[in-house]
Structure formats: structure tokens, C-alpha cells
Design a protein around this ligand. Structure first.
Ligand code: PLP
Length: 388
């Protein structure tokens, strides 16, 4: 008797992806950049900053290459405590808790602040880590249409007195559009719900001197408001954090499984994030510059007939006619020397494929013009608006 291959279904699925133009492949970077990078999330260009690199090396030589254990055992160093204090102070919260990634931070906040029987109201465009946190929480999750504050109010009003939490990205990673945070805060206040905001794409870009999307909306530190951030985008490092009232942070220390059962963030990443934060504090104009670069990219791309969403922060998203043409477009850009992101289903909630360009504070005007020309020159038929 021939035994069935237990992984035979993988080939079947893989052929399906091939047919749909949805195959994903890894492309290891070389150490010396051979592309102009508009694909990464290094918005302020700090991952290569000498101060940040030196801080990472110093932290590793002082504290070791790894953190040696979970934060509650041996994985908390004085550096973690310093970073938590600095992050909380900068973003306008009472306290902060550093975790090993932004993904882990979202899982921690969502699972620790809800329970079976709670209600989570989640924007349809939220990041995958929020979606997974909702699933893991065992709470009931109501997914509301993208940016629809009325739907949030309607959902909360249907469950008066229930423990509820509204969760949203501050800036959505696919289209780079911003959530109506002040309005959401008002609705949450009205219905006694907590508000959790993932500020992964807001920190370093929005608010006064890059203090983030919650600072821009004037809701940082408000009662009932909690934020998560990643240290891997504007801060050029790795890791994540939850920011909020001291009581909430203490609750997470005691109950959040992705904090308790996870090895603490490595000292090098912790030191690098702290140094990046100090660089940003000393150069608040970096946040203005990255927004200006994003606006310029958008203006020049649309002037060339491409359909791009007006950016609220650093992400500029350009529509592609199909998943396959998006991949071919991104490949053509890469061949010309430009790295751009390519978002296809299932990473896009509406099924529309896009090229995703990220603005960086350290791009020159010449680089911006060349990048736009490269994207426009390589655009597939169907990406350009018909000439009227
Ligand atoms: C909106 C958002 N939240 C969370 C994350 C996860 O952060 P990290 O990469 O630090 O795990 C990302 C990263 O891609 C993100 O874009």
C-alpha cells in the first residue's frame, strides 16, 4: 500500500498560488546597498545612523548579545528600564513596557485588556497582528468598516455596560491613511470603552517632533487610552512597546503572555532604540521632513497619471491593476535600481494589489524625482489614468 504524503496538500496550495500570481519569495539583501530603498520602514534613516549603531554595539558589549531570559526572570536590564521611561515620556504616557516586537506588543495589549465576554471593535483595515490579537483574546470581535466612526458608535451602543475595547492602527500600513483618533476617543469616552491605538507608523512621523499619532490627535495620556508602537520603523531598531497608565502596564507585566513567556528584547536592540529616540529628540525636524517627502512623492506620482492615496504619514500606496502586474512592476523597478514594496492579497483587506513606497527623511530631492520617474516609466498598462 502506498502511503499518502502528509504534506501533499502543500504542493496543491503552492500550485494555486502560482496560478493566482501570489507566490512570495525571500530576497536576501547584500550588505552594500545596490538599490535606492523605498520599500523598508526606516522612515528617519536611523538604522544606519552612527550614533544608533554605536549604541547597539556598546549595549551588546556591556550587557551581552542576548538578554538571557524572559523580562521577569533575567531579561530586564537597566537599559530596558531607561528605554521604557524615555518612550513613555516622549510619547506622553505614564508608563511603557518593552516587548520583543510590535507584533508581541499588540498581542499583549489585546489579550491582557480583554477577556471572554468582552467586546472588541476593530477597524477592517487593521494590521495582521491586531487581527491575531483579537483571535487570541477569546473576546467577541466586531469588525467595522474602515475609518467608520459611526459604525464604532453603533456597535458600542448595542452593548451598553459590556467591557469593550476599540482598536485601530493610527496610520494604516497598506494605504498610509490615518484613523480619526480624536473622534474615536470621544466615542469611547461616551460609551466607557477603552481605546487601543497601534502607532507603528505614527511614531517618529506624526505629532510634535515625531511624538506620534496620539500626540497629533491630542489623546496621548488620556484616561482609557493605550498605545502600542514598534521600535523597528522610525527608531531603526527592533522590538515593540505598550504605552499607557501605570496600572495598565503593571497589569500587563502580570498577565500578558507574550511578555511573560518571551525572552526579553536583546540589549543591542534596546540600546539602539534608545539612541534613535535621543537622535529624534535632538532633531525634531526629521518628522517634518519625512512627511514632506511623502507628500512630494504623492504629488509627483499622481502628476504622472498614477493612482496614489494621499499620504497621512510616510507610506505612499500606488494602485496596481492585478497581483501579477504588481509583482512585475516591482521587479521592473528593482531591475532599474529602485526597491519598492509590493502588497497583494492576502495582505490587502480589499483585494487590490499595490506598490508601496515609503518616504524617508534622508532622501534627496534628486532621489525622489528619479524614484518617481522609475515607477512611472515601468508602470503596467492599466496603472496609468487614461489621458482625457
Ligand atoms: C501597523 C503595524 N503594527 C504592528 C507591526 C508589527 O511590528 P513588528 O514588526 O515590530 O513586530 C507592524 C509591522 O509591520 C505594523 O505595520
Amino acid at each position: 500500500m502506498r502511503l499518502q504524503d502528509p504534506f501533499g496538500w502543500i504542493d496543491e496550495e503552492s500550485r494555486g498560488r502560482e496560478r493566482a500570481g501570489l507566490v512570495r519569495t525571500l530576497r536576501p539583501r547584500t550588505a552594500v546597498a545596490d538599490l535606492l530603498d523605498l520599500a523598508g520602514n526606516d522612515y528617519l534613516g536611523l538604522t544606519r545612523s552612527p550614533e544608533v549603531i554605536t549604541a547597539a554595539a556598546t549595549a551588546a558589549s556591556r550587557w551581552g548579545a542576548g538578554s538571557t531570559g524572559s523580562r521577569l526572570v533575567t531579561g530586564s536590564t537597566e537599559l530596558h528600564a531607561e528605554l521604557e521611561q524615555a518612550l513613555a515620556g516622549f510619547c506622553g504616557f505614564e508608563a511603557a513596557l518593552v516587548l520583543s516586537s510590535g507584533y508581541a506588543a499588540n498581542l499583549a495589549a489585546l489579550t491582557a485588556l480583554t477577556a471572554r465576554g468582552s467586546l472588541i471593535v476593530s477597524d477592517a483595515g487593521n494590521h495582521a497582528s491586531i487581527v491575531d490579537g483579537c483571535r487570541l483574546s477569546r473576546a467577541e470581535t466586531a469588525v467595522v468598516p474602515h475609518l467608520d466612526t459611526k459604525a464604532v458608535r453603533h456597535t458600542l451602543s448595542a452593548h451598553p455596560g459590556r467591557r469593550a475595547l476599540v482598536v485601530t492602527d493610527s496610520v494604516f500600513s497598506v494605504d498610509g491613511d490615518a484613523a480619526p483618533l480624536a473622534a474615536l476617543d470621544e466615542v469611547c469616552h461616551e460609551w466607557g470603552a477603552a481605546l487601543l491605538v497601534d502607532d507603528a507608523h505614527g511614531l517618529g512621523v506624526l505629532g510634535e517632533g515625531g511624538r506620534g499619532g496620539l500626540n497629533a490627535a491630542r489623546i496621548a495620556g488620556r484616561q482609557g487610552v493605550v498605545a502600542t508602537v514598534t521600535l523597528s520603523k522610525s527608531l531603526g531598531s527592533q522590538g515593540g512597546a505598550v504605552l499607557g497608565p501605570a496600572g495598565v502596564i503593571a497589569h500587563l507585566v502580570n498577565t500578558a503572555r507574550t511578555f511573560i513567556f518571551d525572552t526579553g528584547l536583546a540589549p543591542a536592540a534596546t540600546g539602539a532604540a534608545l539612541a534613535a529616540l535621543r537622535v529624534l529628540q535632538g532633531a525634531p525636524e526629521l518628522a517634518d521632513r519625512v512627511r514632506t517627502v511623502a507628500e512630494t512623492l504623492h504629488r509627483l506620482l499622481t502628476a504622472r497619471g498614477l493612482t496614489a492615496v494621499r499620504p497621512d504619514a510616510a507610506v505612499v500606496s500606488v494602485r496596481a491593476p492585478s497581483p501579477r502586474s504588481a509583482v512585475e512592476w516591482a521587479t521592473a523597478c528593482r531591475t532599474a535600481g529602485l526597491g519598492v514594496g509590493c502588497f497583494r492579497p492576502p495582505s490587502v483587506p480589499d483585494g487590490v494589489s499595490r506598490l508601496r513606497l515609503t518616504a524617508r527623511a534622508d532622501l534627496t530631492d534628486q532621489q525622489i524625482a528619479w524614484a518617481v520617474d522609475t515607477v512611472a516609466r515601468t508602470a503596467p498598462v492599466g496603472a496609468l489614468a487614461p489621458v482625457s
